[in-house]
Ligand binder design. Sequence first.
Ligand SMILES: [Fe+2]
Ligand SMILES: [Fe+2]
Length: 144
Amino acid sequence: MNEAALDRTGPLRHEHQLINHQLNQLIEQISNLPKGKATSVAEVRKSILTLGPMLKSHFDNEEKGLYESLEASLGKDSPTEGLVGEHRAIYREFKQLVDILAKYEDEPTFLRHLKTSVNLLQKMMNEHIEKEEKVVFWIAQVKL
Ligand SMILES: [Fe+2]
Ligand SMILES: [Fe+2]
């Protein structure tokens, strides 16, 4: 196993944990909203606005810090195909969440929309992370 590549994937794995933690916290806050005082919409908003820059910098770190090297060294055999597109799709879903927050706050459908969107975001993120940790990072550790 290549130490330099392991060093490169280590911080990315750590960022996955932080993003997962942030998403779980947000889901818990949303599920507490109907129970009244436990969580306020302001706290949900704060968590959503914290998540945005975390996603953006993580995707940037991967695209510039790892994907580019994999593509340069493996060419067509790089396992990164489609993953930048997934970053864009995940970020679009995140922006959807921000839109819901801005538009639906006083409507009865607000909570339902919020839950649907955050659950979809978590599902997309989990599937993406699984590909990276089980395939891409592993190949980077062996090949870079
Ligand atoms: Fe990624
Ligand atoms: Fe990632």
